[in-house]
Design a protein around this ligand. Structure first.
Ligand code: ZN
Length: 93
């Protein structure tokens, strides 16, 4: 699955995860984000972020995620977004 080109751009997914954390998306959007995260290493290159986001997505699809978890994930996503916007994660391929 490495090197596979995604239909949805990684930055778009991260953007949506961000919105998702603040607002809560519809269940359909949860599934789409989850699918992308399962499939896409660059989005989740930090192990902690992967664990946090997956836990957050899994929980938020059913119930509200804890505020503390939201804040940690938001910080991590912001960090990854900066790297992606600078094109650094492309070096992994
Ligand atoms: Zn991605």
């Amino acid at each position: 699955m490495n090197g596979k080109h995604h239909e949805v751009d990684c930055s778009v997914i991260l953007e949506r995860v961000y919105v998702f954390i603040d607002d809560e998306l519809e269940t359909a959007d949860c599934a789409e984000i989850q699918q992308h995260l399962d499939d896409c290493g660059p989005c989740l290159r930090a192990v902690d972020l992967e664990r946090m986001v997956k836990a957050l997505v899994a929980r938020s699809c059913r119930e509200s995620a804890p505020v503390q978890l939201r804040e940690r994930v938001k910080l991590s996503i912001r960090h990854v977004q900066v790297e992606i916007s600078e094109g650094r994660h492309l070096d992994l391929d």
